[in-house]
Design a protein around this ligand. Structure first.
Ligand code: ZN
Length: 371
């Protein structure tokens, strides 16, 4: 009897030992933790770090957070900064965690860090991180079209001009704090929403897509982008139905050489100031895009006074056109009022601009540039 009892006891001990060893090796609790985090889509590297730092509970409460997944994977992860990390939006930037740590160290709060990262590029962030703590960065960066690299210019522009901070951001992004034709961007790529002005040009060899001849009943020896022409013809016919008069293309596409000739003629005839106000430098004319039209009235030679123009001012946006150089916008467009110059931007954009009465420059800065 005693022997049997002893054998039983040693079997129980053996089972306990085996159980302890199995639990230690397989670690079902750890497995379960991992399972939960995996379920939230955290990466394996993150999960290891989350468990190591005993942050499972906090992380599980937040469900999946891309920023946390990134910072937990990084060797730069700092436990002290967890409370800030969890409230940051993730932006695709090099050395995310390391740079966030630097911003925290400099004294920026969560809100400021989010704005800084949103408006940054890798290049502009690098430059910004070398600067001392800057007060009130949110003031300008709260606008989603603000750019970190323009911070100093925003501050300077607001000191020099007593205008609303949102306008400061828009005007500086347009480039209004710089001289015309200096520090320009040029492109060879056509698009219906392209911006061409005194800060944004096209290359000398640029040719618009689908350039076609304007039929003679709508203009003499003119070319336009095909979609622009189609919209114009529709507008011209509807104008005729409403006013009894058609509108015509006085001037459509102009290439570099032709713009150069036009500019030089104005320069010789009227002098520098006049030429600068009315004629763009070659490469900086909207006519080079094939999307701009100087409209001519059928009934009279002065477009602004015509029956047709009243109709066109009211209806052009329905066909995708905007009056590009308004009297009220001279300081933004850098071009004196032109009652006849229309730009095709498509119906959606034209409608928005018509309803909000903004320049194309402002629209571009707000909605297109950062796309
Ligand atoms: Zn024009």
């Amino acid at each position: 009897m005693k022997r049997v009892k002893l054998r039983k006891k040693s079997i129980v001990v053996l089972i306990i030992i085996i159980l302890v060893v199995v639990i230690e090796i397989v670690n079902p609790i750890k497995l379960y933790n991992k399972y939960q985090l995996r379920n939230l889509n955290y990466s394996e590297a993150s999960i290891e770090n989350i468990l190591k730092n005993n942050l499972k509970k906090e992380v599980l409460e937040l469900s999946y957070n891309k920023t946390l997944d990134i910072v937990f994977q990084s060797n730069d992860f700092k436990l002290d900064n967890f409370g800030i990390y969890k409230d940051l939006t993730y932006y695709e930037l090099d050395d995310y965690t390391k740079n966030v740590n630097i911003l925290i160290e400099k004294g920026y709060n969560k809100e400021e860090i989010n704005y800084i990262l949103r408006s940054a590029t890798n290049e502009s962030l690098k430059v910004f991180l070398e600067k001392d703590y800057m007060e009130n960065v949110s003031k300008f960066l709260e606008y989603d079209f603000a750019k970190l690299e323009n911070m100093d210019r925003y501050i300077k522009y607001q000191n020099e001009h007593n205008i609303d901070k949102e306008l400061v951001v828009i005007y500086v992004n347009i480039g209004l704090d710089k001289e015309f034709y200096k520090d320009v961007k040029t492109t060879n790529k056509f698009s219906y929403d392209m911006l061409v002005n005194k800060y944004n040009g096209v290359l000398e060899e640029f040719i618009p897509d689908n350039l076609v001849d304007v039929p003679s009943e709508y203009g003499t020896k003119q070319k336009l982008n095909e979609e622009t022409l189609k919209a114009f013809i529709k507008m011209a016919e509807d104008c005729k139905a409403a006013t009894n008069y058609k509108i015509l293309v006085r001037s459509g596409y102009r290439d570099y050489a032709e713009q150069e000739k036009t500019y030089n003629t104005y320069l010789k005839t009227y002098g520098k100031t006049y030429a600068e106000n009315y004629v763009a430098h070659p490469g900086y004319s909207e006519h080079h895009t094939g999307l701009a039209i100087d409209v001519k009235a059928e009934s009279t030679d002065v477009f602004a006074n015509s029956k047709e123009s009243s109709w066109v001012y009211e209806n052009a946006y329905k066909y995708g056109f905007i009056l590009r150089y308004k009297k009220s916008d001279e300081n933004i467009t850098g071009i004196k009022y032109e009652s006849w110059h229309f730009r095709y931007v498509g119906e959606e954009i034209a409608k928005y601009i018509h309803e909000h009465e903004m320049t194309y420059e402002e629209y571009y800065v707000r909605f297109i540039e950062n796309k």
